[in-house]
Design a protein around this ligand. Structure first.
Ligand code: PLP
Length: 399
């Protein structure tokens, strides 16, 4: 039986009235051929822009060889991707999946299993942070702890203890005999580009060492070069035990990863976790292509340079329109503008003028351009932002 009120596509998204047909570099084109400057990157995913020639080439080459064979067998691009991620991070080992939420699921299971294998079966709780976002599975909405995502889906998975972001005393107070791990986004993305101080992450590391807990970083949004270093934790003096990646890892091809030290992963044995599609040859070939570009000499340095220039121009705009932009947050090309007017209104106005940005919590508008942007893209973005901020400032003055 059909229900006239229910569209063929389950209506869980409030979609904008635009359908994109193709992309090229930092631009998307809709069905009418209208061009948009893409400073959203599909929510921090299309790291190298659209249709990057190297990614297209590696995808096409892999497509002609092998699409899928299952993790029952060796998969050459997957093996190579694991070796490269391990070589360029704190980790000794990697598990591949298809999304950020799945990467977190692996991280949560790994932390429980670590203590279980050492006979501490009571240790299963994880200290998390208010404002966090870790995905939409039952475990990850429970870990995120936000009412707006749990509403109607309770009971959530038990075992998560949320404390205020950045409050080390509350973290200490939340740790008990059943605590297994601490889970944190070094920069909260959906929560509104809220960054921790490096010292806070270092304190968490110390606490974990003292209390025999595992430290799990969620770098799904802030990892893969977005802050100007391959991983956000590289800005600190600490390393995690486990780290979740996804989004930019595949540059637009779905793939996630859970990286871990040998110690943290020591409970994971054949048969205890898995995924049909995880580590698929096509996804891994593209992720290797993303790494080819990110790891090329000078690339991340260039990202840091372009990010500084963008930030400098945004600071000037914010100073010119203090009622519209109240604060600039973030690092590298993971930037948030805390707005005076509703962020959704500003985002809609930008889109009407051919520029995409993404709203986040705390009335923040995220700017997440692809890492390949050049000065001309900055100029265009600043020009459009200026026009829109000027309009909003005018409306405010008229009220
Ligand atoms: N973790 C963080 C920090 C995220 O930003 C997201 C998605 O926005 C996720 C996890 C979930 O990723 P996915 O939507 O790929 O499951």
């Amino acid at each position: 039986m059909s229900n006239a009120a229910m569209p063929p596509l389950l209506p869980v998204y409030k979609r904008a009235e635009v359908t994109f047909e193709r992309g090229e570099g930092a631009y998307l084109f809709d069905r009418a051929g209208r061009r948009y400057l893409d400073f959203g990157s599909g929510i921090a995913v299309t790291l190298l822009g659209h249709a990057h020639p190297h990614l297209v080439a590696v995808l096409e080459a892999q497509a002609e060889k092998l699409w899928h064979c299952s993790n029952l067998y060796g998969i050459e691009p997957q093996q190579r991707l694991a070796e490269r991620l391990v070589a360029h991070s704190f980790a000794d080992t990697a598990f591949f999946c298809n999304s950020g939420a799945e990467a977190l699921e692996c991280a949560i299971k790994m932390a429980r299993r670590f203590h279980h294998e050492r006979g501490q079966t009571e240790r299963h709780r994880i200290v998390t942070f208010e404002g966090a976002f870790h995905g939409r599975t039952l475990a990850t909405i429970s870990a995120g702890g936000q009412d707006k995502y749990l509403e109607g889906f309770r009971p959530g998975l038990p075992g998560f203890d949320a404390v205020p972001f950045g409050d080390i005393e509350k973290v200490e107070a939340a740790i008990g005999a059943e605590t297994a791990a601490i889970l944190i986004e070094p920069i909260q993305g959906e929560g509104g580009i809220r960054a921790t101080e490096p010292a806070f992450l270092e304190e968490l590391r110390q606490l974990c060492d003292e209390r025999d807990l595992l430290l799990i970083l969620d770098e799904v949004q802030c990892g893969m070069g977005r802050t100007g270093r391959l991983f956000a934790y590289e800005w600190t003096g600490m390393t995690p035990d486990i780290m979740a990646l996804a989004k930019g890892l595949g540059g637009g091809f779905p793939i996630g990863a859970c990286l871990a030290t040998a110690r943290a992963a020591s409970g994971m044995a054949p048969g205890c976790h898995g995924s049909t599609f995880g580590g698929n040859p096509l996804a891994c070939a593209v992720a290797n292509g993303v790494l080819d570009v990110l790891l090329a000499e000078g690339f991340l340095e260039q990202v840091r340079d372009v990010a500084l220039r963008l930030r400098g121009e945004l600071d000037q705009l914010a100073a010119a329109f203090p009622g519209v932009v109240q604060e600039i947050r973030g690092q590298g090309l993971l930037l948030g503008l805390r707005c005076g007017p509703p962020n959704g209104d500003i985002s809609a106005e930008l889109m009407a003028r051919g520029m995409l940005a993404v709203p986040a919590g705390e009335n923040v508008l995220r700017l997440l351009p692809p890492l390949i942007i050049e000065q001309r893209h900055i100029d265009e973005a600043i020009g459009t932002l200026h026009e829109v901020f000027h309009d909003f400032a005018g409306r405010e003055a008229a009220q």
